[in-house]
Design a protein around this ligand. Structure first.
Ligand code: SAH
Length: 475
């Protein structure tokens, strides 16, 4: 095969990035925008020794699971890798991925795995409570907001991402109009010039409260004040008009139903990090409130919070079910983030200890515990693989149940070894990567645990990400 040569292939699988996988004479092709079951004509683009990348030219025979993507920019945007797959097909794909990894990497036999049906969404659209839109200009020089095209920093204009809330469109319209009227420039990454970088929009699904936080390359909404990089327009506006501008923006945004918190974040760095470290409050209490189940959370612009609250409730509910608490248990929640699972568990346990590496997350966790009047939770800042062994050796701590929810790389072996030494009755493993999950489950199984129920939970419909919960019982 030569570069640019075209060929026909059947798509048999999908890789981690959501590209279709097809085989031709033992050679593997990755082809974006295809669906398992498609027969396609593709063009060879880049070839390595045993695999290559090809571009989809034509779908010759569409898969039974193929649908017309409802989003007009789904192919350029790349945020939803699975939009051309029907939702039932997406769920099957995710369930199979977990099962295959448990068998292939974890070496579990099919009949050893008690797989429950994956928990999907009734309506797999508009599920995200948070969106971050970058601003820029299109070819015609108009201000646009949207998303970066896959693997680039080119902005695809899109005010109404179908994963986000309907209010996004109205809010973006207001901000773009405000920028135009007042001559506020969108930020230009290459020149490191212009003011408005991003907007963060969040909504409390249970409360209806809305938050807007504008990320600006300046100390005030008037533009940059202190360095030589002033835009001429922003320069003349800068000094005294900053307050007037802020007032004007607040007034406009408050017309949106539910508007509760308006702020801006100062980010003058040359960086890919979206939010600045500093937040200046313009209107409201500085946070919005939301609930997962009966637990209340205050969410500020910089707080982490699960983006799909409907599925989060199902995920945590299942974790709680697998923990099987009666009220007398001591529970450890490792990789606890802002303590969402810890607080969920604390409703049914005697005592919950949470461990998390990021200090600000633990501050949020403590505040949320107090907000809910929960005094049976305690949080530690540090690495799970350091805090747990230290507490075990120094204080002979005990656990009836240990819940882990690690990042994609899974648990550290020191952490797993300590869990095995502590011998809790149950371990509940919440995972966002079934490959590392399979590896860790094998380790725990060899150390004396039996893998019980396994259940997927679709936290991110339209994307390849797969979340899953596993119950482990001591032999
Ligand atoms: N359980 C939380 C968040 C899970 S995400 C929730 O449901 O909201 C994984 C968390 O693990 C992140 O907050 C990350 O900061 C934290 N983390 C990463 N490595 C860690 C480590 N070695 N020890 C403890 N926490 C860690």
């Amino acid at each position: 095969m030569e570069k640019n040569q075209e060929f026909t292939v059947t798509i048999e699988d999908m890789n981690e990035d959501g590209a279709g996988v097809g085989k031709l004479d033992g050679y593997i092709w990755f082809i974006k925008d295809t669906v398992i079951g498609d027969v396609v004509r593709a063009k060879a683009m880049k070839m390595k020794k045993s695999y290559g990348f090809a571009r989809l030219m034509e779908v010759l025979e569409p898969s039974a699971g193929r649908v017309e993507p409802p989003c007009p920019v789904s192919r350029q945007c790349g945020g939803c890798q699975l939009q051309a797959m029907s939702y039932e097909e997406q769920l099957r794909f995710k369930e199979n991925k977990v099962l295959n990894n448990l068998m292939r990497i974890g070496k579990f036999k099919r009949d050893e795995i008690k797989m429950l049906p994956i928990m999907g969404m009734e309506n797999p659209w508009r599920y995200r409570n948070k969106a971050q839109f970058p601003f820029g200009r299109n070819k015609d020089g108009e201000i646009i907001a949207g998303f970066y095209a896959g693997r680039t920093h080119d902005i695809i204009g899109n005010d109404d991402c179908l994963l986000g809330v309907e209010e996004n469109q109205e809010i973006l319209g207001i901000i773009k109009g405000f920028m135009k009227e007042n001559g506020l420039e969108p930020y230009d990454e290459n020149a490191h010039k212009g003011l408005v970088r991003h907007v963060l929009i969040r909504k409390g699904f249970k409360t209806g409260e809305l938050m807007v936080c504008l990320v600006v390359n300046g100390r005030t909404l008037g533009g940059r004040l202190e360095d030589g990089l002033r835009d001429s327009r922003a320069d003349s506006l800068a000094d005294n008009s900053a307050d007037r501008l802020a007032g004007c923006l607040v007034e406009k945004l408050c017309q949106v139903k539910g508007m509760t918190s308006i702020s801006y974040s100062v980010n003058m760095e040359k960086t890919n990090v979206i939010m600045g470290k500093e937040v200046v409050n313009l209107y409201g209490p500085g946070y919005i409130t939301d609930y997962i189940g009966d637990v209340q959370y205050q969410i500020s612009p910089l707080s982490f919070y699960q983006v799909n609250p409907v599925q989060t409730e199902k995920l945590y509910g299942t974790a709680l079910e697998y923990a099987d608490l009666s009220g007398n248990e001591t529970v450890w929640d490792l990789y606890c983030g802002i303590g969402t699972i810890s607080l969920f568990l604390a409703q049914k346990a005697k005592k919950v200890y949470g461990v998390e590496i990021i200090p600000q997350a633990i501050e949020d966790a403590r505040r949320n515990a107090a907000l809910n009047g929960m005094d049976n939770v305690e949080f530690f800042v540090g690495k799970a693989e350091e805090v747990l062994p230290e507490q075990y050796e120094k204080n002979q701590i005990h656990a009836d149940v240990i819940v882990v929810d690690p990042p994609r790389k899974g648990c550290d072996t020191v952490c797993l070894d300590t869990i095995l030494k502590m011998r809790p009755e149950k371990v509940v493993y919440v995972s966002c990567d079934s490959a590392t999950l399979a590896r860790d489950l094998r380790y725990l199984a060899d150390g004396g645990y039996v893998v019980g129920k396994v259940r997927g939970c679709d936290m991110f419909p339209g994307t390849v990400h797969t979340e899953c919960i596993v119950e482990l019982c001591r032999k």
